[in-house]
Design a binder for this molecule. Structure first.
Ligand code: OFO
Length: 171
């Protein structure tokens, strides 16, 4: 049995993951508004992945005999100063999510909840990847700076990543 304190904390993480999904969908809409369709596609896939994360928590809570309770999702920002600015915001958000996962692990350890520690391990590894991916895109954007041709090429690359991810590689 998973104790009430742990179940409540896991339930709260559903909301964090739903917000992540909402935030990245808002970034997709921003990229559409500035005609960067490859970046938008990439962010739409990212948004879907975050829904998958939320559903992993949903399923785990049910598997442990808990009761999922959904709460309001806060409104994400609608606009960023630039593509680089949006990805810096994405990286900052992923670092925040890594902290949330870390706090959940700490709680599971404190409560001697081995099943939840094991469940959370997937997220610990996922966050390493999430942060590295955002950082990698920031590095590419830093390299091209104000060069529009460079940005156009990255946009085309981002569209390709979307195609690979939607073929089932993403989680
Ligand atoms: Fe972006 O990993 Fe979930 O929130």
């Amino acid at each position: 049995m998973t104790n009430k304190k742990v179940l409540e904390a896991l339930n709260k993480q559903i909301n964090e993951e739903m917000y992540s999904s909402y935030l990245y969908l808002s970034m997709a809409a921003y990229f559409d508004s500035i005609n960067l369709n490859g970046f938008s596609s990439w962010m739409q896939v990212q948004s879907q992945e975050e829904l998958n994360h939320a559903m992993k928590f949903y399923k785990y809570i049910n598997d442990r005999d808990g009761r999922v309770k959904l709460e309001a999702i806060k409104e994400p920002p609608a606009k960023w100063d630039s593509t680089l600015d949006a990805f810096k915001a994405a990286l900052k958000h992923e670092k925040y999510i890594s902290d949330c996962i870390g706090n959940l692990v700490d709680l599971a350890v404190k409560e001697s909840d081995h099943a939840t520690q094991s469940f959370l391990q997937w997220f610990v590894n996922e966050q390493i990847e999430e942060e590295a991916t955002a950082k990698n895109i920031i590095d590419q954007l830093d390299l091209v700076g104000d060069n529009k041709v460079g940005l156009y090429h990255i946009d085309r690359e981002m569209a390709q990543r979307q195609a690979a991810a939607s073929s089932g590689a993403a989680e």
